[in-house]
Design a protein around this ligand. Structure first.
Ligand SMILES: *[C@@H]1O[C@H](CO)[C@@H](O)[C@H](O)[C@H]1NC(C)=O
Ligand SMILES: *[C@@H]1O[C@H](CO)[C@@H](O)[C@H](O)[C@H]1NC(C)=O
Length: 225
């Protein structure tokens, strides 16, 4: 009895030690690395190549300010949607801070087509309208949801996701990312409008279609010159 009690106490101690040790030695970085100073306002014109951007010598409040997502963006394009980014490229003060935002507008019927953000989880807040959204796990499970004004939804880092406005009125969301520069790969564009082009025989085999169909899709996504 006493031996059993002693054994289980030491087992618990060992388990706790293992957990603490694991938490101490593994340093999971879920997004952009931490900053090492108050601010490092991006010098977007610096020739210095590094992880992020070199810091400007001086900065002003303007470097932390952006008006560009106050108004709806124009959605008169083939997808009927427009993403307006509010990231380090627009707000240099975001450099090294690990966050950014975007506004996405959707015409009735508009689609923000399937895409991924390699460096960030995204959380959206529905400003206006209604959206049918979803993300797809690495096990190919679709996790769909219908959203209305005021709702919040999350797209986990790197997973393919989309938003579709199946309503009769325009919709809009405000998005936040845990990266200063989330990065976006739109699946169709990445595959069918890369430069130089992804070879037809690669796409034909991957999608189990003919070269003619590949060329047809490529022509629709041809980069605008
Ligand atoms: C930064 O500001 C200081 C103080 O106002 C000034 O002396 C210096 O020349 C500025 N540096 C640059 C690169 O603008
Ligand atoms: C979208 O609308 C704007 C303003 O009405 C116009 O300037 C622009 O050329 C249009 N774009 C397309 C692709 O039709």
């Amino acid at each position: 009895m006493a031996a059993a009690g002693k054994l289980s106490v030491s087992s618990v101690i060992i388990m706790v030690m293992v957990v603490v040790l694991a938490a101490t030695i593994s340093n999971p970085v879920s997004a952009d690395p931490d900053l090492l100073q108050d601010v490092c306002v991006a010098d977007l014109n610096s020739a210095v190549k590094m992880n992020g951007f070199a810091c400007k010598a001086n900065f002003t409040a303007t470097d932390f300010f952006f008006e560009g997502i106050a108004k709806p963006g124009l959605t008169n394009n083939s997808m009927g949607s427009l993403v307006t980014l509010a990231n380090v490229m627009k707000i240099p003060g975001l450099n090294t801070l690990g966050v950014s935002m975007a506004r996405i507008d959707y015409a009735p019927g508009g689609l923000n087509p399937p895409h991924t953000h390699p460096r960030a989880t995204e959380i959206i807040f529905v400003l206006e309208g209604e959206l049918d959204v979803g993300f797809i796990t690495t096990a190919n499970v679709l996790v769909p949801k219908s959203l209305k004004k005021g709702d919040v939804y999350v797209f986990p880092k790197s997973l393919v996701h989309f938003q579709k406005n199946n309503g009769k009125v325009p919709a809009a969301v405000i998005a936040a990312f845990n990266s200063q520069l989330q990065g976006t790969q739109v699946i169709a564009t990445t595959l069918f409008a890369a430069t130089p082009p992804v070879p037809d025989n690669v796409l034909a085999m991957a999608f189990q279609i003919g070269n003619k169909e590949v060329d047809k899709i490529k022509s629709k996504f041809a980069p605008k010159s």
